[in-house]
Ligand binder design. Structure first.
Ligand code: GDP
Ligand code: MG
Length: 163
């Protein structure tokens, strides 16, 4: 499958952790501090028998206007534009924050196929946050733990459904 998938979401939801999980190597910097601008990174991702190009994004731009929408990284929008499908990631432990909704709006308006990912859902953590995400209008959330590698089978099924 010659597909390009962009991982989109606000900082600190686990995008780079998911990127590394799918690439199978630690190519992207995983960091606790949100808002650190990093380069867009591409790698060859694999999920079961699916091969694709996967793109990690930073989320927000540091030196930019103050409004949340204004702080959207231009590279994030470019990544959405270049992608065939989007992995939209949110943190099911914190639940939805205003920034998640800004990012979700951009993704929805792009009209690209999207898989909604409730990350940090290891064990039973985050079930409530995951249910809240139905309000985004991006379909059923896939409960995932990028860090622990849980839910990858469901992610595979969801990807097959949108592509
Ligand atoms: P990014 O800013 O969206 O790229 O997020 P990172 O991948 O840098 O991760 C931010 C923080 O969330 C780091 O401390 C990760 O270790 C943590 N994290 C990522 N995925 C998971 C997960 O599945 N479960 C938990 N509990 N923590 C995670
Ligand atoms: Mg990152």
């Amino acid at each position: 499958m010659n597909l390009t998938i962009a991982i989109i979401g606000r900082p600190n939801v686990g995008k780079s952790t998911l990127f590394n999980r799918l690439v199978g190597r630690r190519l992207a910097l995983v960091d606790d501090s949100p808002g650190v601008t990093r380069d867009r990174r591409e790698g060859q991702g694999r999920l079961g028998d699916l091969d694709f190009t996967i793109v990690d994004t930073a989320g927000l731009e540091e030196a930019a206007p103050q409004s949340l929408a204004g702080r959207m990284l231009s590279q994030t929008k470019a990544a959405i534009g270049d992608a065939d499908a989007i992995f939209f990631v949110f943190d099911s432990r914190t639940g939805l924050l205003p920034a998640d909704k800004v990012f979700a709006d951009v993704v929805r308006k792009s009209g690209k196929p999207v898989v909604l990912i409730a990350n940090k859902s290891e064990g039973k953590a985050g079930e409530a946050g995951a249910m809240e995400a139905y309000s985004l209008g991006l379909g059923d959330p896939v409960l995932l733990s990028a860090e622990h590698g849980e839910g990858l089978g469901d992610l595979y099924d969801a990807l097959r459904n949108v592509c």
